[in-house]
Design a protein around this ligand. Structure first.
Ligand SMILES: Cc1ncc(C[n+]2csc(CCOP(=O)(O)OP(=O)(O)O)c2C)c(N)n1
Ligand SMILES: [Mg+2]
Length: 328
């Protein structure tokens, strides 16, 4: 990966700010009843999403989890289209038929969020098999949480990807909790990368609060996948700032623990320091960037509010199978 330049650095920083502002805004709107079905806030996990999506190509495939706003925004979807989907409006990425947990656009390589814990890796593995079969020069990324690391299908999929040398990256968005269960309490062997390496693929535990570290590991994994060298397992350690879902009180961790991560490991603060110390922006310019993000999110909310609900008839329309090249 080439040396970090100013425009890339500012784009990475801005994208993380967009995700943070989006999530904190959507969280409040959800509590006011604007998001049917609720949502899972990804604040704190921005570097995992932005580091990964900035290192892959636009037409690479992703399959993700119930917590997928950050992955979707980092893939390049506008705050407007994601907010509108949360509001179940026709202008949303899934035309108002998916909602927070089912942000998807299969024809553009977004194979969706998912309510089934651990499903994303299997779906991405299937996509990677298809890519290998067709001979496309692209890859698939399957996101999974630390909780999803203890589901059988995740490991079945990793095994298949390994034996068939599929162009797959397994990306653990390890926020350390599965609802109220701390990862350290339920990880036999204690080390996810060590567990994965037993399946015969390169496996790494990395700092998920460092956007450049995530970007570097994903970029190298992508190169290996494109060279026919098969899958890579990346366990990115991160932290979620809010409850498992909006409104969850959370008696299972201390305020001190949350404050410690927020004040010393915040991915946006950490990267802001890099941006400023590299001379890419002044503090004042960073604040201007934040203000431009605020405006973008306010516009997204107004867009979502004023968008129409889907037409009743659209319930039977589904995806355009012609565009997929298959008969559904
Ligand atoms: C197969 C399955 N089992 C259980 C659940 C209930 N459930 C929803 S989210 C969740 C925790 C997931 O934790 P993790 O994979 O770490 O993802 P995170 O919420 O931290 O992003 C559970 C157990 C589910 N949706 N699907
Ligand atoms: Mg988790």
């Amino acid at each position: 990966m080439s040396k970090l330049d100013k425009s890339t650095a500012l784009a990475l920083l801005r994208q993380m700010m967009v995700i943070r502002d989006f999530e904190e805004t959507a969280d409040k709107l959800c509590l006011r009843g604007k998001v049917p079905g609720g949502m899972h806030n990804s604040s704190g996990q921005e570097a995992v999403a932005v580091g990964t999506l900035s290192a892959i190509a636009k037409d690479d495939v992703i399959a993700t989890t119930h917590r997928s706003h950050h992955h979707t925004l980092a893939k390049g979807y506008s705050a407007k289209s994601v907010m509108a989907e949360l509001f179940a409006k026709s202008t949303g990425i899934s035309h108002g038929r998916g909602g927070s947990m089912h942000l998807a656009e299969v024809t553009e390589g977004h194979f969706g969020g998912n309510g089934i814990v651990g499903a994303g890796v299997g779906i991405a593995m299937g996509a990677a098999l298809g890519i290998q079969h067709i001979g496309d020069k692209k890859i698939a990324v399957g996101f999974v949480g630390d909780g999803g690391m203890n589901t059988g299908r995740t490991w079945e999929s990793i095994n298949m990807a390994s034996i068939w040398k599929l162009p797959l990256i397994i990306l653990v968005d390890n926020n350390q909790y599965a609802v109220e269960t701390f990862v350290g309490r339920v990880t036999g062997g204690g080390d996810l990368a060590k567990r994965a390496s037993g399946f015969g693929l390169p496996a790494y535990n990395i700092d998920g609060q460092d956007v450049l570290e995530v970007r570097k590991y994903v970029s190298e994994a992508r190169e290996r996948a494109l060279a026919g060298e098969g899958p890579t397992f990346i366990n990115a350690l991160t932290y979620r700032y809010y409850g498992h879902n909006v409104g969850e009180k959370g008696q299972y961790r201390t305020q001190e623990e949350i404050a410690q991560w927020r004040t010393t490991q915040d991915p946006i603060d950490k990267f802001t320091e890099v941006v400023i110390s590299s001379g890419f922006a002044t503090q004042a310019e960073v604040e201007e960037l934040r203000a431009s993000v605020r405006k973008e999110i306010e516009e997204a909310v107004a867009f979502a509010e004023s968008s129409p609900e889907p037409e009743i008839a659209s319930i039977t329309q589904g995806v355009d199978s012609g565009k997929l090249g298959v008969q559904l």
